[in-house]
Design a protein around this ligand. Structure first.
Ligand code: PMP
Length: 361
């Protein structure tokens, strides 16, 4: 039986949250003399601490009830809040499946939480057998699943994810930052069925608002209350709330751009797969391609010298680079420079080899 309060840190349970002026009076009309704001200007008032208008729109767009939505200053804030609600520094643990998004481990370290790493299998699947061994450890409070995963690009098997949700006594956080680029079903609709589930999405990727820092968590109303209890009162600025609202009103444009990014991703896969130095391009459900090349460091330096910045992931997966899909013209430029790289590395009289594996990858 899942008991939320047993998972929450004692100090968080006991905490009296900060009560701001906008908690005391929620109306929007009147002479405001309650929050020590400056009466002059257009951005002189504090933002709505609970982002009600924005949440209402998100609720409509995603068909998820208002009470199940929490908004953070990017998903990164939500990750940190999860540690601060559920994990006692110096004694509790979290599980991750590397290679994965780096902030889970960084946030754990900031909060002095031990990380259990269960590496993905060679096919980038969750190794359930290895994970299973830890599931009944009382100190293990959080499991982070990134799907589609960064940097591997694939979605996790929904049965594996389901198994963890059903068999873990703690909180399962599913990070769906890239889900708009995938055809796979989101887990967000299941938050009212499973009380231990937190599903994160973001305005930073498909919605194109990385600068605005708006992350979404879909979870039980009880966990939403815990997030609200410990977050900084005005965690999302008025400007950013407005930017997010405006973006939601451009649904058609967003879906066209997402379509274009997906098409470009597949075109890049075809084009880049032809280069001999590319050993493998992994399947992707995201807006990037992970690929194994014959010398990642050399290729990275070469592209930097041509003013094209990709991500060198060879520290986490041998000789792998991650390329984010750009605009069509930017992708063309990249492909042109990669052709130049092939020429440079072709010995005298040697032909550029075709990658033998490019077909089905
Ligand atoms: N999750 C994943 C998997 C990411 O790759 C990133 C950023 N690259 C984030 C979350 C951060 O999202 P946000 O901008 O909402 O903080």
């Amino acid at each position: 039986m899942f008991e939320l309060n047993k998972l929450v840190r004692e100090n968080v349970l006991r905490l009296t949250p900060y009560s701001c002026a906008r908690d005391e009076f929620e109306g929007t009309y009147g002479i405001f003399m309650d929050a020590n704001e400056n009466p002059y200007g257009t951005l002189n008032r504090y933002p709505d601490p609970y982002q009600k208008e924005l949440k209402k729109r998100i609720s409509e767009v995603k068909s998820i009830p208002f009470r199940n939505i929490f908004l953070g200053n990017g998903s990164d804030e939500i990750i940190d809040l999860c540690f601060r609600i559920f994990c006692n520094p110096g004694s509790d643990k979290a599980m991750i499946f590397p290679p994965t998004y780096g902030m889970y481990e960084v946030s754990a370290a900031v909060n002095d939480i031990h990380v259990i790493k269960v590496p993905l299998t060679s096919g980038f699947r969750i190794d359930l057998k290895s994970a299973e061994k830890y599931l009944h450890d009382d100190k293990l409070k959080l499991i982070f699943i990134c799907s589609p995963n960064n940097p591997t690009g694939n979605v996790m098997d929904s049965h594996d994810v389901g198994y963890l949700i059903k068999n873990f006594h703690g909180i399962v956080v599913i990070d769906e930052a890239y889900s708009d680029f995938s055809t796979e079903q989101s887990f967000a609709k299941l938050v009212n069925r499973y009380g231990n589930l937190v599903v994160m999405q973001t305005f930073s990727k498909a919605l194109g608002l990385a600068a605005a820092r708006v992350g979404m968590a879909f979870t039980s109303p009880e966990i939403v209350s815990l997030f609200n209890k410990i977050k900084p009162p005005y965690n999302i600025s008025t400007i950013n709330q407005k930017a997010a609202l405006a973006r939601l009103d451009q649904a058609e444009e967003t879906s066209l751009l997402v379509r274009e990014i997906i098409d470009e991703r597949e075109r890049m896969r075809d084009e880049i797969g032809k280069f001999g130095f590319v050993e493998k391009i992994f399947p992707s459900d995201a807006n990037f391609l992970l690929m194994k090349v014959n010398n990642a460091n050399d290729l990275y330096q070469y592209l930097v010298s041509r003013n094209i910045i990709i991500r060198n992931r060879s520290s986490v997966i041998e000789n792998c680079i991650r390329i984010t899909v750009g605009k069509k013209s930017e992708n063309e430029e990249l492909i042109k420079e990669l052709k130049g790289y092939t020429e440079l590395h072709r010995g005298p009289g040697e032909c550029p080899s075709e990658s033998p594996q490019m077909g089905g990858l």
